[in-house]
Design a protein around this ligand. Sequence first.
Ligand code: FAS
Ligand code: PHB
Length: 396
Amino acid sequence: MDTKTQVAIIGAGPSGLLLGQLLTNAGIDNIILERKSGDYVLSRIRAGVLEQGTADLLREAGVGERMDEEGIVHTGTDFSFQGEHHHLDLEKYSGGKQVVVYGQTEVTRDLMEARKKSGATTVYEADNVKLHDIESDSPYVTYYHNEETFRLDCDYIAGCDGYHGVSRKSIPKDKLVEYEKVYPFGWLGLLSDTPPVHDELIYCAHERGFALCSMRSKTRSRYYLQVPDTDTLDNWNEEKFWAELKRRIPKKMADKLVTGPALEMSIAPLRSYVCETMQYGKLFLLGDAAHIVPPTGAKGLNLAASDVETAFRLFVKIYKEDRTDLIPRYQEISVARAWKAVRFSWWMTMFLHRFESAGRFDFRVQQAEFDYFIHSEAGKATIAENYVGLPFEELE
Ligand code: FAS
Ligand code: PHB
């Protein structure tokens, strides 16, 4: 069975679902094709911190109610270096902005429920998705579902299918402008139904390695440990995790840390990646399909949301005012913003992680960098304005 829509969205992660919700609300027809099942998408434990811009966009999309009820507003975040604990007043140093702690899983759940209510189509377990004629005026997508091949004709395709998706790979390789940096470590994450050790996040730099104390609610915590990129889950259990975490976080925090069974443990590699070809013909790349950042700056999900904001404003201009002349602005705005988020995530990673290759001199410079930024008004403002999120840029 062949169908037609205005915008074909590939991927039902946060990028695809948020774009779909905004387009549906604006009366712009769209269909989402997702490779996995809805349950599988919800099973992935990922981001935890929403910038104010992301939270406002979710409210604009009409899916902010549970976030506003259950999310935890944070006006500050904490840092420690070798156990020396410092609070950074994000609200003061960002001119009044805050962040909301609300897990990506919950954002995805809220978006899935809203889409179901709207009656808009998401095809889960759409296999072998292929993009066709993306350089023509009549692009289309084919996919395999329930033992049948389908064709979906569209005006535009939004590639929201993540780093390993098919969209970016549908652009001729010689047209792709890509940059990558791989870090020699990953993050071992643990999720537990234990009360957070502190009422704010704590980013801990330590000679044994980085640690992060985060949370999902007042009863559910998320912790991370820097581990070598060669490490595997076989080397870890929850007892070993808790013991190592206590060595890296401030003593007062370690003394009151509530430990418990791990609901989930996983290792995520750390990488920076940018594909500057974010629009090619009728294909737009959004979110992880176009860029990957180390989670140190809490930017991944938020950068995806900013791509959605720009793409949504563009589609409204195209369909309501025929402003196809604005199409190049998507890539201009999104690439510039991506690099600012990549820079901040890179800086936070270099600032807080222990590099095996680094000598005594590098460690002392890292200590001086921490000492400067944490005690300088300009330094604190620099961290704060990037952490809460830079303002969205207008299309024109
Ligand atoms: P996603 O990858 O979330 O979604 C892409 C969707 O497309 C998936 O559902 C996938 O199944 C589907 N898909 C893929 N190929 C397809 C195909 N061929 N056809 C159809 N569908 C296809 N960010 C933070 O801010 N903080 C964090 O702490 C953090 N931790 C992370 C931990 C891990 C392990 C990972 C992988 C990422 C983490 N991120 C974090 C970043 C993450 O949150 C992403 O930025 C966010 O999921 C981006 O959303 P999407 O662009 O929708 O991509
Ligand atoms: C998380 O809670 O998963 C989280 C929070 C902040 C980060 C990274 C991850 O910078």
